[in-house]
Design a binder for this molecule. Sequence first.
Ligand SMILES: Cc1cc2nc3c(=O)[nH]c(=O)nc-3n(C[C@H](O)[C@H](O)[C@H](O)COP(=O)(O)O)c2cc1C
Length: 607
Amino acid sequence: MHDVVEWLKENGNLKIINEPLDVELEIPHIAYIEVKKDDSRPILFTNPINRAKNIHYDMPVLMNIFANKALTEKIFAKHPDKVAEGIDKLLKLKPPAGFIEKLKMIPELFVLKNVFPKRLNKRGACQQVVIPKEQVDLDKLPILKTWEEDGGPFITMGQVYTQSLDGQMQNLGMYRLQQYDKNHLGMHWQIHKDASHFFDQYQKAGKKMPVTVGIGGDPLYIWCGQAPMPHGMFEMLLYGFVRGKNAQLVKSLSNDIYIPKDVDIVIEGFVDPEKMRIEGPFGDHTGYYTLEEPYPIMEVETITMKEKPVFQATVVGKPPLEDKYMGWATERIFLPMLKPMAPDLIDYYMPENGVFHNLILGKMKTLYKGHAQQFMHAFWGVGQMSFVKHAIFVGVDAPELEDDIAITEYILNRLDPSKILITQGIIDALDHTANENLVGGKLGIDATGSEVESTIETPLDDATLLQKFQEIDKSILECKQYFTHTKNPICVITVNKTASVMSDIEKVYGLQEHIKVLIIVDKTNNDIEEPYMLLWRVVNNIDAQRDIITQPFIIVDGTNKSEVDGFNREWPGDTFCTKEVLDSLQERGLIDIDETFIKKFGLLPFN
Ligand SMILES: Cc1cc2nc3c(=O)[nH]c(=O)nc-3n(C[C@H](O)[C@H](O)[C@H](O)COP(=O)(O)O)c2cc1C
């Protein structure tokens, strides 16, 4: 893949938009809407501008490279399941018993020759143009501002290359980078991530940390950057394994970090461990803004690039987005790596509206009592899987995990409050719901057993049930029941919240004969008719320890929390598109969306 744009024209149905478009909101909004479509395409914006700063950039912006499953598979040049098969084989290698066995192993070991990256002793194509320190100006790059309330422009597809203090470990991580000015970037490596561990080492030693950021080149670099490789394993090993070709690296010009020779743009510099700066807010892949927090900053020493660079970028926000397809490949490829710790795991699936760590489904063979609980603890204890907030395990007889309706029916028919585990553990740095940062509630549901006996004693229709709710509390505004044909129908109500929902929840206990599972959400910005976004909201918005009770029936408080709930952190807002920008793009024929689309994906606020 020498020229990604040419390759995408031939293989990816690349859309090319030549109209001048602003890097602030316009380009990101178009890409955001495109990737939500069923037949989404990658887009090349050939004429990026910044009206506020009066800049016409001299390089195009390429977005939605991982626009769909078919294209993602083409980028890998094979189905991710095939990559997983290769990894599985390697993990199961046994010492050969004799000469014939040794010979049989050769093809399997042969793939390893491609794994180790090669360090070249020459400059790469990424260093054709060299911009020295005094001329460095990040404003020359078409860095996007995705959301109106973002704290500034952010590089969203940066490959961040770092190394440990002793130089023994290399790392590639995909972390967003806030542009502060002409030569400073905010390094949003979260506390659990590898680059943050390296940063600690430099900080303790009082030394500046070399960092090089690559943008562009083979899209597989960026996928490798987000892959949850175990600590200490350089992601370029995975690159070599997948591509069947060693990564070719060249040394940065102003520090010792090696980067792929064919990335489009290289930003080299150092992070001074003494200096931190407020990073954010930034509309994140959770669909919420992440709040302002101090993060390290990089001072740029040099920028190098290809003669004709392409600026790769992505948009994160409410699902589905490009990270859905990257995440799909990750999920498939990492299945064999989960099996050594959970050998009876058959498959797992992270539904896109669970934004990865908020919901995971696992299919397993249960061999003993407590087996599913053992898996819950295993998942919550290992690597980035430990960020998972809600884990549901189903048995071998369960339907396909990706069959949303069938699997939900299966789970609801087996949902038993005595098989729900609520505990505490580590959570993703982006999580906004826990009472304190980084540690919060975990929910595990063991749905591996047989169907439960009990169901609703006296079912009611939505209107009658709403009436009963309103007799109890006038702030309950709507009621809709889902999966009423199962043993545990889900009743969703919306409220106009003015006080804590859970503090006097006993008032609805009298409805016990009509309800099995009650989910409460705010009326504002939630459409009771849109289960896709409701699931997104609820798994995002709860801390299981605080917001779920299981008796006398299951109640989940999915409302936003505030001081009325005794919640003292700031509750972030949703990522919403800017209406004027949508209207203007629509008028110019650059997008084509209707009210249904806007509601379906929660593009704009509503009451
Ligand atoms: C689009 C996208 C943006 C991301 N942004 C960040 C980020 O800003 N900070 C971060 O710590 N992780 C971010 N991640 C997740 C990391 O890339 C991921 O956890 C990766 O495995 C980290 O690598 P590491 O374990 O080598 O640190 C992002 C992932 C994606 C797909």
